[in-house]
Design a protein around this ligand. Structure first.
Ligand code: ZN
Length: 330
Protein backbone atom coordinates (compact mmCIF):
# COMPACT_ATOMS: atom_id res chain seq x y z
CA UNK A 1 0.00 0.00 0.00
CA UNK A 2 1.50 3.40 -0.93
CA UNK A 3 2.06 5.91 1.89
CA UNK A 4 -0.38 8.77 2.35
CA UNK A 5 1.39 12.02 1.35
CA UNK A 6 -0.34 14.18 3.98
CA UNK A 7 2.12 15.59 6.55
CA UNK A 8 1.06 17.15 9.84
CA UNK A 9 3.11 20.24 10.76
CA UNK A 10 2.54 19.85 14.52
CA UNK A 11 3.14 17.04 17.02
CA UNK A 12 0.33 14.83 18.26
CA UNK A 13 2.14 13.61 21.37
CA UNK A 14 3.55 16.78 22.97
CA UNK A 15 1.77 18.50 25.82
CA UNK A 16 0.54 22.02 25.10
CA UNK A 17 -1.48 23.65 22.35
CA UNK A 18 -0.24 23.51 18.77
CA UNK A 19 -1.88 25.15 15.76
CA UNK A 20 -0.73 23.98 12.35
CA UNK A 21 -1.72 22.24 9.16
CA UNK A 22 -2.32 18.93 7.52
CA UNK A 23 -0.34 19.61 4.33
CA UNK A 24 -1.63 17.70 1.32
CA UNK A 25 0.65 18.01 -1.73
CA UNK A 26 -1.36 19.17 -4.72
CA UNK A 27 0.50 20.08 -7.90
CA UNK A 28 -1.45 22.42 -10.15
CA UNK A 29 -1.21 25.28 -12.66
CA UNK A 30 -0.76 28.06 -10.12
CA UNK A 31 1.57 26.14 -7.78
CA UNK A 32 3.73 23.43 -9.33
CA UNK A 33 4.89 21.99 -6.00
CA UNK A 34 1.95 23.37 -4.05
CA UNK A 35 -0.13 21.99 -1.23
CA UNK A 36 -3.62 22.13 0.26
CA UNK A 37 -3.24 23.43 3.83
CA UNK A 38 -5.93 22.01 6.15
CA UNK A 39 -5.93 23.78 9.55
CA UNK A 40 -5.51 21.56 12.62
CA UNK A 41 -5.15 22.22 16.33
CA UNK A 42 -3.95 19.66 18.87
CA UNK A 43 -4.35 20.36 22.60
CA UNK A 44 -2.81 17.81 24.95
CA UNK A 45 -2.27 17.58 28.66
CA UNK A 46 -0.99 14.30 30.08
CA UNK A 47 -2.72 10.98 29.81
CA UNK A 48 -6.40 10.62 29.07
CA UNK A 49 -8.82 10.00 26.24
CA UNK A 50 -8.45 11.47 22.75
CA UNK A 51 -11.34 13.25 21.08
CA UNK A 52 -11.29 13.85 17.32
CA UNK A 53 -13.49 16.87 16.53
CA UNK A 54 -14.30 17.70 12.93
CA UNK A 55 -16.36 20.12 10.85
CA UNK A 56 -16.47 21.04 7.20
CA UNK A 57 -16.70 17.43 6.01
CA UNK A 58 -19.16 19.12 3.67
CA UNK A 59 -17.93 22.59 2.77
CA UNK A 60 -21.27 24.44 2.97
CA UNK A 61 -22.14 23.61 6.60
CA UNK A 62 -21.05 26.17 9.18
CA UNK A 63 -21.97 25.41 12.79
CA UNK A 64 -19.08 22.96 13.15
CA UNK A 65 -16.37 25.19 11.68
CA UNK A 66 -17.44 28.15 13.87
CA UNK A 67 -17.74 26.12 17.08
CA UNK A 68 -14.40 24.39 16.45
CA UNK A 69 -12.57 27.64 15.61
CA UNK A 70 -13.91 28.98 18.91
CA UNK A 71 -12.83 25.86 20.80
CA UNK A 72 -9.33 25.85 19.27
CA UNK A 73 -8.85 29.51 20.22
CA UNK A 74 -10.24 29.38 23.73
CA UNK A 75 -9.48 25.89 25.06
CA UNK A 76 -6.19 25.85 26.99
CA UNK A 77 -4.00 22.86 27.82
CA UNK A 78 -4.67 23.31 31.54
CA UNK A 79 -8.40 22.88 30.83
CA UNK A 80 -7.76 19.46 29.30
CA UNK A 81 -7.03 15.96 30.57
CA UNK A 82 -5.95 13.87 27.59
CA UNK A 83 -6.00 15.15 24.04
CA UNK A 84 -8.25 17.04 21.67
CA UNK A 85 -7.59 16.97 17.91
CA UNK A 86 -9.57 19.73 16.15
CA UNK A 87 -9.99 19.93 12.36
CA UNK A 88 -12.65 22.61 11.71
CA UNK A 89 -12.71 22.29 7.90
CA UNK A 90 -11.81 18.76 6.90
CA UNK A 91 -12.68 19.15 3.23
CA UNK A 92 -10.86 22.48 3.13
CA UNK A 93 -11.04 23.00 -0.67
CA UNK A 94 -14.84 22.51 -0.52
CA UNK A 95 -15.11 24.86 2.48
CA UNK A 96 -13.12 27.59 0.69
CA UNK A 97 -15.56 27.47 -2.23
CA UNK A 98 -18.69 27.06 -0.02
CA UNK A 99 -19.44 23.78 -1.78
CA UNK A 100 -20.66 20.43 -0.47
CA UNK A 101 -18.18 18.56 -2.64
CA UNK A 102 -14.57 19.32 -3.50
CA UNK A 103 -14.08 21.78 -6.37
CA UNK A 104 -10.85 19.92 -7.26
CA UNK A 105 -12.11 16.41 -7.92
CA UNK A 106 -15.89 16.82 -7.50
CA UNK A 107 -15.84 14.15 -4.77
CA UNK A 108 -18.08 14.15 -1.69
CA UNK A 109 -15.71 13.43 1.21
CA UNK A 110 -18.49 11.70 3.12
CA UNK A 111 -18.97 9.16 0.34
CA UNK A 112 -15.34 8.17 -0.38
CA UNK A 113 -14.33 6.52 2.91
CA UNK A 114 -12.14 4.61 3.65
CA UNK A 115 -10.35 6.64 0.94
CA UNK A 116 -7.18 5.91 -1.02
CA UNK A 117 -3.62 7.00 -0.17
CA UNK A 118 -2.86 7.41 -3.89
CA UNK A 119 -6.31 8.62 -4.95
CA UNK A 120 -7.72 12.08 -5.63
CA UNK A 121 -7.16 14.86 -3.03
CA UNK A 122 -10.51 14.09 -1.35
CA UNK A 123 -9.71 10.36 -1.25
CA UNK A 124 -6.31 11.13 0.30
CA UNK A 125 -7.97 13.20 3.06
CA UNK A 126 -10.32 10.29 3.76
CA UNK A 127 -7.45 7.80 3.86
CA UNK A 128 -5.49 10.00 6.30
CA UNK A 129 -8.43 10.04 8.66
CA UNK A 130 -9.03 6.30 8.27
CA UNK A 131 -5.45 5.23 8.88
CA UNK A 132 -3.91 8.01 11.00
CA UNK A 133 -6.40 10.17 12.93
CA UNK A 134 -9.29 7.81 13.67
CA UNK A 135 -6.99 5.10 15.12
CA UNK A 136 -5.66 7.73 17.58
CA UNK A 137 -9.07 8.64 18.97
CA UNK A 138 -11.41 7.19 21.57
CA UNK A 139 -14.37 9.10 20.19
CA UNK A 140 -15.10 11.24 17.15
CA UNK A 141 -17.58 14.09 16.86
CA UNK A 142 -18.31 15.13 13.27
CA UNK A 143 -20.43 18.25 12.83
CA UNK A 144 -22.91 18.42 9.97
CA UNK A 145 -25.78 20.67 8.99
CA UNK A 146 -28.02 20.66 5.95
CA UNK A 147 -25.82 22.66 3.60
CA UNK A 148 -27.35 24.69 0.80
CA UNK A 149 -30.10 22.23 -0.12
CA UNK A 150 -31.46 20.92 3.21
CA UNK A 151 -32.55 22.39 6.53
CA UNK A 152 -32.91 20.49 9.82
CA UNK A 153 -34.26 20.88 13.32
CA UNK A 154 -31.10 20.94 15.42
CA UNK A 155 -30.21 17.38 16.42
CA UNK A 156 -27.28 15.27 17.47
CA UNK A 157 -27.41 11.67 16.33
CA UNK A 158 -26.14 8.13 16.46
CA UNK A 159 -26.87 5.07 14.36
CA UNK A 160 -28.15 1.58 15.06
CA UNK A 161 -25.04 -0.61 15.39
CA UNK A 162 -24.61 -4.38 15.50
CA UNK A 163 -22.38 -4.04 18.55
CA UNK A 164 -24.86 -3.02 21.24
CA UNK A 165 -22.14 -2.13 23.77
CA UNK A 166 -20.65 0.29 21.25
CA UNK A 167 -24.12 1.63 20.41
CA UNK A 168 -24.89 2.24 24.10
CA UNK A 169 -21.65 4.22 24.45
CA UNK A 170 -22.58 6.29 21.37
CA UNK A 171 -26.08 6.93 22.76
CA UNK A 172 -24.65 8.09 26.09
CA UNK A 173 -22.32 10.51 24.26
CA UNK A 174 -25.06 11.88 22.02
CA UNK A 175 -27.30 12.42 25.04
CA UNK A 176 -24.43 14.35 26.63
CA UNK A 177 -24.18 16.57 23.53
CA UNK A 178 -27.74 17.53 24.54
CA UNK A 179 -29.04 19.18 21.38
CA UNK A 180 -32.74 20.17 21.42
CA UNK A 181 -33.41 16.94 19.45
CA UNK A 182 -31.56 13.62 19.80
CA UNK A 183 -31.91 11.25 16.85
CA UNK A 184 -31.21 7.63 16.01
CA UNK A 185 -30.51 8.26 12.34
CA UNK A 186 -31.28 5.88 9.48
CA UNK A 187 -28.95 6.82 6.62
CA UNK A 188 -30.18 6.67 3.02
CA UNK A 189 -26.97 4.85 2.05
CA UNK A 190 -24.16 4.62 4.60
CA UNK A 191 -21.51 3.22 2.22
CA UNK A 192 -18.45 5.44 2.03
CA UNK A 193 -19.38 7.59 5.01
CA UNK A 194 -16.89 8.76 7.64
CA UNK A 195 -19.48 7.68 10.21
CA UNK A 196 -19.37 4.10 8.94
CA UNK A 197 -15.56 3.98 8.99
CA UNK A 198 -15.27 5.36 12.55
CA UNK A 199 -17.94 2.95 13.78
CA UNK A 200 -16.26 0.03 11.97
CA UNK A 201 -13.08 0.81 13.92
CA UNK A 202 -15.07 0.30 17.12
CA UNK A 203 -14.92 3.96 18.16
CA UNK A 204 -17.65 6.04 19.74
CA UNK A 205 -19.16 8.27 17.07
CA UNK A 206 -21.44 11.29 17.37
CA UNK A 207 -22.69 13.43 14.52
CA UNK A 208 -25.13 16.32 14.16
CA UNK A 209 -27.49 18.07 11.79
CA UNK A 210 -27.82 21.50 13.33
CA UNK A 211 -29.53 23.66 10.70
CA UNK A 212 -28.81 24.29 7.05
CA UNK A 213 -29.53 26.41 4.04
CA UNK A 214 -25.84 27.15 3.54
CA UNK A 215 -25.63 29.39 6.61
CA UNK A 216 -25.76 29.25 10.41
CA UNK A 217 -27.62 31.15 13.13
CA UNK A 218 -26.71 32.42 16.59
CA UNK A 219 -29.02 29.76 18.02
CA UNK A 220 -27.53 26.80 16.13
CA UNK A 221 -23.95 27.94 16.74
CA UNK A 222 -24.71 28.18 20.47
CA UNK A 223 -25.99 24.57 20.35
CA UNK A 224 -22.74 23.49 18.63
CA UNK A 225 -20.47 25.33 21.09
CA UNK A 226 -22.31 23.95 24.11
CA UNK A 227 -22.60 20.45 22.64
CA UNK A 228 -18.90 19.98 21.97
CA UNK A 229 -17.98 21.08 25.48
CA UNK A 230 -20.65 18.80 26.91
CA UNK A 231 -19.14 15.86 25.01
CA UNK A 232 -15.64 16.71 26.26
CA UNK A 233 -17.02 16.77 29.82
CA UNK A 234 -18.79 13.46 29.24
CA UNK A 235 -15.45 11.83 28.40
CA UNK A 236 -13.62 13.54 31.28
CA UNK A 237 -11.39 15.63 28.99
CA UNK A 238 -12.95 18.78 30.44
CA UNK A 239 -13.76 19.05 34.13
CA UNK A 240 -17.35 19.48 35.26
CA UNK A 241 -20.60 17.71 34.66
CA UNK A 242 -23.08 18.16 31.87
CA UNK A 243 -26.14 20.29 32.69
CA UNK A 244 -28.73 18.24 30.80
CA UNK A 245 -31.65 20.21 29.36
CA UNK A 246 -34.80 18.54 27.94
CA UNK A 247 -34.30 16.99 24.49
CA UNK A 248 -36.85 15.37 22.17
CA UNK A 249 -35.78 11.81 21.31
CA UNK A 250 -36.45 10.80 17.74
CA UNK A 251 -36.20 7.59 15.76
CA UNK A 252 -36.28 6.65 12.09
CA UNK A 253 -37.60 3.07 11.99
CA UNK A 254 -37.59 2.68 8.20
CA UNK A 255 -37.27 4.44 4.85
CA UNK A 256 -40.91 5.62 5.06
CA UNK A 257 -39.45 8.53 7.06
CA UNK A 258 -38.10 9.95 3.79
CA UNK A 259 -40.17 11.66 1.08
CA UNK A 260 -38.50 12.13 -2.32
CA UNK A 261 -39.65 14.23 -5.26
CA UNK A 262 -40.61 12.56 -8.52
CA UNK A 263 -40.92 15.76 -10.51
CA UNK A 264 -39.36 19.17 -10.90
CA UNK A 265 -41.04 22.39 -9.93
CA UNK A 266 -41.71 25.19 -7.50
CA UNK A 267 -42.05 23.86 -3.95
CA UNK A 268 -44.68 25.04 -1.48
CA UNK A 269 -43.84 23.87 2.04
CA UNK A 270 -47.04 22.88 3.82
CA UNK A 271 -45.35 21.87 7.07
CA UNK A 272 -42.43 23.63 8.74
CA UNK A 273 -39.53 22.12 10.66
CA UNK A 274 -40.62 20.92 14.09
CA UNK A 275 -44.29 20.59 13.08
CA UNK A 276 -46.11 17.43 14.12
CA UNK A 277 -47.27 15.37 11.13
CA UNK A 278 -49.39 12.29 10.64
CA UNK A 279 -48.80 9.62 7.99
CA UNK A 280 -50.63 10.83 4.87
CA UNK A 281 -50.46 14.55 5.73
CA UNK A 282 -49.37 16.75 2.86
CA UNK A 283 -45.87 18.03 3.73
CA UNK A 284 -45.24 19.95 0.51
CA UNK A 285 -46.74 20.50 -2.91
CA UNK A 286 -44.93 21.11 -6.15
CA UNK A 287 -46.23 23.65 -8.63
CA UNK A 288 -45.53 23.97 -12.33
CA UNK A 289 -42.73 26.33 -13.26
CA UNK A 290 -44.09 26.62 -16.80
CA UNK A 291 -47.74 27.78 -16.79
CA UNK A 292 -50.85 28.56 -14.78
CA UNK A 293 -53.84 26.29 -14.46
CA UNK A 294 -51.94 23.16 -13.43
CA UNK A 295 -52.88 21.43 -10.17
CA UNK A 296 -49.80 21.01 -7.96
CA UNK A 297 -48.49 17.55 -7.01
CA UNK A 298 -48.93 16.76 -3.32
CA UNK A 299 -46.23 14.97 -1.33
CA UNK A 300 -47.07 13.15 1.88
CA UNK A 301 -45.53 12.17 5.18
CA UNK A 302 -44.79 8.43 5.23
CA UNK A 303 -45.11 8.10 9.01
CA UNK A 304 -46.30 9.91 12.14
CA UNK A 305 -43.84 12.20 13.89
CA UNK A 306 -42.09 15.54 13.58
CA UNK A 307 -40.80 17.17 10.42
CA UNK A 308 -37.05 17.08 11.06
CA UNK A 309 -35.71 18.03 7.63
CA UNK A 310 -36.94 19.74 4.51
CA UNK A 311 -35.68 20.69 1.08
CA UNK A 312 -34.34 24.23 1.33
CA UNK A 313 -34.20 25.91 -2.12
CA UNK A 314 -37.45 27.09 -3.72
CA UNK A 315 -37.05 24.86 -6.78
CA UNK A 316 -36.89 21.06 -6.70
CA UNK A 317 -35.83 18.40 -9.17
CA UNK A 318 -36.75 14.72 -9.46
CA UNK A 319 -35.03 12.68 -6.74
CA UNK A 320 -34.60 15.54 -4.28
CA UNK A 321 -35.28 14.72 -0.65
CA UNK A 322 -38.32 16.90 0.11
CA UNK A 323 -38.98 15.96 3.71
CA UNK A 324 -37.82 13.71 6.55
CA UNK A 325 -40.05 12.74 9.46
CA UNK A 326 -38.65 11.52 12.75
CA UNK A 327 -40.88 9.44 14.98
CA UNK A 328 -40.99 10.53 18.61
CA UNK A 329 -39.33 7.86 20.72
CA UNK A 330 -41.10 6.89 23.93
ZN1 ZN B 1 -22.96 17.29 5.88
Amino acid sequence: MPANPIACSIPFDEDGKHNGFLRLPYSRDDSAWGSIMIPICVIKNGDGPTGLLTGGNHGDEYEGPVALQDLALNLQPDDVRGRVIIVPTVNHPAFKKAKRVSPIDDRNLNRVFPGKPDGTPTEKIADYFTNTLVPMCDFALDFHSGGKTLDFVPFASTHVLENKTQQAACVAAVKAFNAPYTMTLLEIDNAGMYDTEVEAQGKIFITTELGGGGTASAKTIAIAKRGVRNVLMHFGILAGSVDIQPSVFLDMPDMDCYTFSQNEGLIEPVKDLGDEVKRGDVVARIWSTERTGITPVDYYAGCDGILVSRHFPGLVQPGDCIAVVGTVAV
